[in-house]
Design a protein around this ligand. Sequence first.
Ligand SMILES: *[C@@H]1O[C@H](CO)[C@@H](O)[C@H](O)[C@H]1NC(C)=O
Ligand SMILES: *[C@@H]1O[C@H](CO)[C@@H](O)[C@H](O)[C@H]1NC(C)=O
Length: 278
Amino acid sequence: MLKRELGILTLLVLLCVHGVKAVDLITCEGLTANLTCAQGTIEVLSANYGRTDRATCSTGRPANQLANTQCLITTPLNVLATQCNGKTSCSFGVNNRDFTDPCPGTYKYMNVSYECAAPPPLSTPSPPTTTTTTPPTTPPPTTTTPPTTTTPPITTTPPTTTTTTTPPPTTTPPTTTTPPPPTTTTTKPDIICQGRSSVLSCAKGRTLLIHHANYGRRDRVTCPPAVARFPPCISSVTRNIKLWCNGKRRCVLLGTNSYSNDRCPHINKYLEVSYSCE
Ligand SMILES: *[C@@H]1O[C@H](CO)[C@@H](O)[C@H](O)[C@H]1NC(C)=O
Ligand SMILES: *[C@@H]1O[C@H](CO)[C@@H](O)[C@H](O)[C@H]1NC(C)=O
């Protein structure tokens, strides 16, 4: 019986991006979740408590406890990131006392995705398949071919020695609102739609400096579906995001109310963060 329940726990290696493996850990309600890193330290990427399918953690459960597959709350991310990040192992109980119950009566599970950040931080380029908030199809800005000095990679050569440069390959796609590769020093705001998460990160030797962070909505089209009308709906969450991210090389953020009070409860919102790497 117990063995069966434990057998439900699946450990899937999801993706292997530049040597950093993301692990998806499912732990059924009532059990203890154990996050471990054989090498490096834990960096929680997402955490969902609830139920999104009928099969997971279903052994011996009556049908009425499995019927709701639209049950999800993502706020555990903040708790777990605080509790587990930077450690080599981390255990916590999966239960309704420690985490808000999003659907009483449903038997739930915790779905945590985390990676083991290598001890000497890998200065990898950003994984291209992270949370891409598909931007509204606005026409690209007119400046298509950038001049010679494009955004330099990690090697910051002073601009004095300009040897005959080979023409830069036109790689920079002119998409507008997608978050830029986190390794570059940038002040362009990152948009994290409600319920999504994103990782701000800097190249090796640099740390995050948050400029501004707002949660809410200031236009109709960002983070679809488009919203026809909405009340004034922007809260500054700069202080909390600064506390959370400043001085770190990487920082997991969630599009959620948990950084401030919700000023417009029924509106689909997003987190806007502008930052740089110092
Ligand atoms: C987590 O670790 C504890 C202590 O080693 C163990 O009792 C528990 O069964 C583990 N949880 C799971 C889901 O394997
Ligand atoms: C766990 O979360 C990941 C990422 O959000 C998702 O792809 C996967 O389907 C989830 N697994 C279950 C069993 O809910």
